[in-house]
Design a protein around this ligand. Structure first.
Ligand code: ATP
Length: 208
């Protein structure tokens, strides 16, 4: 097939994570990603088993998927995908990108700071650099981390010839770990997650 005109190509974003639970940091980053990379569609993909961290024994991936649906209800162009949950086993982004690749599509992969700093340790990251455009978003405000990110990005550029794109937005500083801990302590989390997600967590008694 001859090369497509780049203007005719679909622009599709991938934002994967454990999302246990999905929070405002994820939602804000996803929206900025869609807007700044001019995405036609954004796939939000909760992992089945994250390869890099332990997940709670009581975890139910379908509940994490449901919370993603609630968080993005009514947001045009966002597709909540169960590809990783359906596939089962360890959720390698390489497998997911391979599954979503199309000749008429450019894939953009969103990475938060922690993920961009460790991207070269991911399964088949060298291939991933060729299969999609990695994009990073800051999740913290610590200026000391800026230097670490810049030198990592330079390292990737020298090693793989790929420059990581950047989504620029005011970070919403929060983690799922922090939210689970707050719930255990009986604290209010309504300012940290979308309202429908907060109601769902409460109704189902999750993360207690
Ligand atoms: P946990 O605390 O359970 O490790 P987490 O808050 O880091 O979870 P994940 O589901 O592991 O959330 O993150 C999925 C993706 O979202 C990763 O690329 C991560 O860097 C990014 N991310 C997480 N929190 C934020 C945030 N506050 N702002 C922007 N990106 C974020």
């Amino acid at each position: 097939m001859s090369e497509m005109n780049p203007y005719d190509m679909l622009r599709v974003g991938i934002y994967g994570g454990t999302f246990a639970p999905i929070h405002n940091g994820h939602v804000e980053a996803a929206k900025a990603f869609m807007e700044q990379m001019k995405l036609d569609y954004l796939f939000i993909i909760p992992s089945y088993l994250p390869p890099h961290k332990q997940i709670d024994a009581a975890d139910d991936p379908l509940l994490r998927l449901k919370m993603c649906e609630l968080a993005f209800e009514g947001v045009d162009g966002v597709v909540i995908s169960d590809v990783e949950i359906k596939r089962g086993g360890k959720s390698y982004t390489y497998d997911t990108v391979k599954e979503l690749m199309r000749p008429d599509t450019r894939l953009f992969l969103l990475l938060g700071t922690d993920m961009v700093l460790t991207f070269d340790k991911w399964y088949r990251s060298e291939d991933l650099f060729k299969m999609c455009y990695p994009v990073y978003v800051r999740r913290e405000k610590d200026p000391l981390i800026t230097n670490r990110i810049v030198s990592k990005i330079t390292e990737y550029y020298e090693k793989y010839g790929v420059m990581i794109r950047r989504v620029v937005t005011e970070p919403f500083v929060v983690s799922s770990t922090e939210i689970r801990a707050a719930i255990k302590d009986g604290k209010d989390i309504s300012h940290l997650v979308p309202k429908k997600v907060a109601d769902f967590i409460l109704e189902r008694g999750l993360y207690k």
